[in-house]
Write a protein that binds this ligand. Structure first.
Ligand code: UD1
Ligand code: MG
Length: 462
């Protein structure tokens, strides 16, 4: 098979974004734009990938890692200049080169494959990926001659009124004969409105040399959306979200209101799970089958088993096993591991704690740095007092124990199996198996004492 190369243009600052973050690192569906690009490029199986970096070079390199080679474009003199930088890796090599911008995150690998096939079929020196745009503002226009053959690309800023009315746009993705690409790049100048080396000028140069230039038009303009400002970023997120949600629905997941459900790229969801409105599923998250993810829940970097119900809760870096239920208004913080059929109720916070199967933590409780066994009942308002101001300490509770409401469990602490803590206790010492810990002042009743406070109650009994 012939060699195939890919060049990703990612050196621009993205001035129009007005951002401290470099453009290609802005996230779409939870992943930097350039991450989407490299994943699609890899799917086309190139033998070498070269990414042109400039603004934010280190951060872009950190993002893409060893999946690409890098060239620094120290000064951003235009897209043509950017591609020229790849000469040190690719010049003179035989094969086909895909050039793609780091700011077109919606392009699919399927479209890239079609472009490459079309290019090879036409035996062209260059093939432009084009699309028909309802509003072509900001894009380069494809100018064809009277028989429809591509003549050149004109940038918005250099276009005449007539040229600006053309709706076929340059997506910024191309296929080139690699040797001819680097030959022709040497002839690009800066005689244009922006004083830049435009990659788009290469079309005219190749044509003047008698080379075949082709254009492959995708049916879907939305795929080629180029993100240059925040409006386009929002639009790219909207389109990507619709694509992601649609795929989950095809796979058998129900969405009550897909337009207001925010599922990042590469999240797995099992069939017959129902996702309600306003849900955010982020990062490296996996949801099992037959779950209900209730309205306004946010789940980040977590693994959720089958048949789990989550109501209006936040779950971060945690594991929730089958048939557990969480919330409403619970917060699972990093390293919470919730066992099968566990009930975590309202206003419960869990951090770095393992909770065994069938245990119930129903109301207003903080569980931090703890290991709880199976079938434990944790009453209302229990505080795992894990922090002495300097260090965190652990609490261990054995199976089948009963933690009375409003207990303060002062760690480090071990409570044995089948043990009890009396409601309202401050437990500072370990409680043995089958034992009861009670740590509270004895109650004293004072007869008629309330009469001293008539203003508290004007209907006191005589
Ligand atoms: C470019 C095309 C335009 C096309 C549009 C599609 C040119 C001259 N214009 O315009 O025809 O319709 O993309 O989205 O090519 N970059 C560098 N180094 C540079 C300049 C840019 O690496 O010196 C990178 C940017 O980071 C970006 C990509 O190249 O990822 C495209 O640059 P951008 O400034 O977004 O070009 P557009 O104005 O969108
Ligand atoms: Mg752009």
């Amino acid at each position: 098979m012939e060699n195939r190369y890919a060049i990703i243009l990612a050196a621009g600052k993205g001035t129009r974004m007005k951002s401290k973050l470099y453009k290609v690192l802005h996230p779409v569906a939870g992943k930097p734009m350039v991450e989407h690009i490299i994943n699609r490029v890899i799917e086309t199986k190139p033998t070498e990938i070269v990414t042109i970096v400039g603004h934010g070079a280190e951060m872009v390199q950190e993002q893409l890692g060893e999946r690409s080679q890098y060239v620094l474009q120290a000064e951003q003199l235009g897209t043509g200049h950017a591609v020229m930088q790849a000469a040190q890796f690719l010049e003179g090599k035989q094969g086909t080169t895909l050039v793609i911008s780091g700011d077109t995150p919606l392009l699919t690998a399927e479209t890239l494959d079609h472009l490459i096939e079309y290019h090879q079929g036409k035996q062209a020196s260059a093939t432009i990926l084009t699309a028909d745009a309802a509003d072509p503002t900001g894009y380069g226009r494809i100018i064809r001659d009277h028989v429809g053959i591509v003549d050149r690309i004109v940038e918005q800023k250099d276009a005449t009124d007539e040229e600006a009315r053309v709706t076929e746009i340059n997506t910024g993705t191309y296929c080139f004969d690699n040797e001819k690409l680097f030959e022709a790049l040497k002839k690009i100048g800066t005689d244009n409105a922006q004083g830049e080396y435009y990659l788009t000028d290469i079309i005219e140069i190749l044509k003047a040399d008698g080379e075949i230039v082709a254009a492959y038009q995708t049916k879907d303009f939305e795929e080629s959306l180029g993100v240059n400002d925040r409006m386009a970023l929002a639009e790219a997120n909207r389109l990507m979200r619709a694509r992601i949600n649609r795929q989950h629905m095809v796979n058998g997941v129900s969405f009550i209101d897909p337009d207001s459900t925010y599922v990042d790229a590469d999240i797995e969801i099992g069939s017959d799970t129902v996702i309600e409105a306003g849900v955010q599923l982020q990062g490296n998250t996996k949801i099992g089958e037959d779950c209900l993810i209730g309205a306004h829940s946010r789940i980040v970097d977590s693994q959720i088993g089958d048949g789990v119900k989550v109501y209006a809760s936040v779950i971060e870096e945690s594991i929730v096993k089958n048939a557990a239920d969480i919330g409403p208004y619970a917060h699972l913080r990093p390293q919470a591991e919730i066992g099968e059929r566990v009930h975590i109720g309202n206003f419960v916070e869990v951090k770095k704690a393992t909770i065994g199967a069938d245990t119930k933590v129903g109301h207003l409780t903080y569980v931090g740095d703890a290991i709880l066994g199976k079938d434990i009942n944790v009453g209302c308002g229990v505080v795992f007092v894990n922090y002495d101001g300097k260090n965190k300490h652990q609490t261990i509770i054995g199976d089948n124990s009963f933690i009375g409401s409003a207990s303060n469990l002062i760690a480090p602490l071990t409570i044995g199996e089948h043990a009890i803590t009396a409601a309202g206790s401050t437990i500072t010492d370990d409680v043995p198996v089958n034992g009861m810990g009670i740590g509270r002042a004895r109650q004293v009743n004072k007869a008629d004492f309330a009469k001293k406070f008539p203003y508290l109650n004007d209907s006191l009994k005589d």
